[in-house]
Design a binder for this molecule. Sequence first.
Ligand SMILES: [Zn+2]
Length: 245
Amino acid sequence: MLGAAAAAAVLLVPRGGAPATQAPVGASSDGYAVWARNADGTPVRWDPCSPIVIVASEVGSPDGYALEALTTDLEQAASVLAEASGLDLDVVGSSDEAPGAGRSTLAAGDRSRWAPILVGWHRPGHGSLPLRDVDRGVAVPVAVGSPGERVYVTGQIALNPDRTDLVPGFDDRATSWGSTVTHELAHVLGLAHVDDPAQLLHTYPGAGPVVLGGGDRAGLRAVGADLDCLDVPEPVELDVAVPTR
Ligand SMILES: [Zn+2]
């Protein structure tokens, strides 16, 4: 059924490394869940003392959702999530990359930096990411560091251009790309699905206003800027495991 699955996220870790512990859906009593926790029990998160850089791509975009429209929705989503988390989320421009499991972990234009978060298009069954026909998108954050002390450094959001039932903007959870990119970007920040339909991080989008729920906000604080700075490993080219579902 179109409209069913919103998205999934798959945590990528370097091939050969021990996977971070995956928290089960709905595990938190505070209305949120995280993808992974470190050895001390804290959520795997981004360094709150560095900007989190995001680029958008129009490669393979559907009719009616050009780069400008995606960028507008992404900027709004980043603003909402930045306000709730305190993180510095910067949509800096466009990229001619397409999402894929083989994407470099280094920035295309400056290999001394981790790659920015790429938001782009990926047809189900036509590439290397585990996107299904019913999915609106899939988020693939990448965590690096020693097991038990991981930090997110890059990631991708692959949107499904075959979901032509969705429209630009934030009119409603049921129909909007804006709701979708907000949900996916929250995944990249470290949040997993919950069972509560009042949250944007519910597995299924439902219908209603595109607003964060109390659990979403608690989760964003738990991975947000109130926490200490993290040591970010030096950028390197990593062979990340191909995600499966
Ligand atoms: Zn999701």
